[in-house]
Design a binder for this molecule. Structure first.
Ligand SMILES: C[S@@+](CC[C@H](N)C(=O)[O-])C[C@H]1O[C@@H](n2cnc3c(N)ncnc32)[C@H](O)[C@@H]1O
Length: 283
């Protein structure tokens, strides 16, 4: 058992999200109550948005089939996940969203669109995904310790047999603009290690942001994660980059829906950067 497993007093855990406002109103409450089967309900952990480190969960049972899997981290109201799922009924999509009203909006969007291949996991992705995929770092809150364990699967974890994801998406994660808040950014080495653990060999981590400084960080994280490869290394250099000749940015992914977060960034005159990391084959 990891030494700080599920111990709420050992709170090294970094939160990359904020719980701003928590109610949406009765209409959403009713809809959520009626559609509980759209949630991936994992046994709860020691505090809100955590899951129990050994919460057993079968993805094949939850979706009622085995299909290529996509995990969207921080899906907000699910615009991207649902629009993609509508066009690709052959894939299963998990929306991981820590913010309860976001998860409720996502449920609403799923119900109104009629898609049957999207489920919502209302949890902190950094803590819940290692558990859902049975990684060695499941239950470890200390980022340094999680990093040291790498992306290994723990064969004794009840979820180690869950299939790996073909894609992980992290679009417009909270930018945590102030330098003193950069440590709260999700796209950092510990989370990149987790993504490396849940991706299938050759699987793709797709990222996008409208904050320059976060774009450079995403590129740096992908290129320094030993289990990932940036297929666009050196491409599309940006004069505003702290290393203007370095590049490393992907073209805009044509299947990425324009969400209100991207729209807001564009209206404010910011540049959107896409970044990709491809999972190197396990040896
Ligand atoms: C700025 S919004 C972007 C939403 C969406 N991806 C889009 O492009 O419209 C970022 C979302 O990520 C969620 N989030 C941040 N950190 C998270 C985490 N560790 N686990 C799950 N969700 C997270 C936030 O609650 C928020 O809804």
């Amino acid at each position: 058992m990891a030494k700080n497993e599920d111990n709420p007093r050992k709170t090294w855990r970094i939160r990359s999200f904020s719980q701003r406002g928590s109610r949406l109103g009765h209409k959403y409450d009713e809809l959520v109550a009626l559609n509980q089967d759209l949630f991936l309900r994992m046994a709860p952990g020691a505090s809100e948005s955590l899951v129990a480190p050994r919460a057993e969960f079968s993805l094949a049972q939850a979706f009622g089939r085995e299909a290529p899997l996509i995990v969207e981290v921080g899906s907000g109201s699910g615009e991207q996940a649902v629009s993609y799922a509508e066009k690709h009924p052959d894939v299963d999509v998990i929306c991981v969203e820590a913010w309860a009203p976001g998860a409720a909006r996502c449920i609403s969007r799923i119900v109104h669109s009629g898609v049957t291949n999207v489920r919502v996991l209302q949890a902190d992705a950094a803590q819940a995904l290692p558990v859902l995929f049975g990684l060695a770092n499941a239950g470890v809150n200390d980022p340094d310790e999680a990093l040291a364990l790498g992306p290994a699967i723990n064969p004794e974890h009840p979820n180690s047999a869950n299939p790996r994801a073909q894609e992980v998406w992290t679009f417009f994660p909270d930018p945590w603009r102030k330098a003193r808040h950069h440590k709260r950014r999700l796209v950092a080495p510990p989370f990149a290690t987790t993504v490396s653990g849940i991706l299938a060999d050759g699987g793709v981590w797709r990222l996008a942001t409208d904050w320059d400084n976060y774009a450079w960080q995403m590129r740096n994280v992908v290129e320094t994660t030993p289990w990932l490869e940036n297929p666009y290394v050196g491409e599309r250099p940006d004069v505003n980059d702290e290393e203007p000749e370095r590049g490393g940015f992907a073209p805009r992914w044509e299947e990425r829906t324009l969400t209100r977060f991207e729209q807001r960034g564009i209206e404010a005159g910011r540049t959107v950067h896409d970044i990709q990391g491809v999972r190197k084959p396990r040896v």
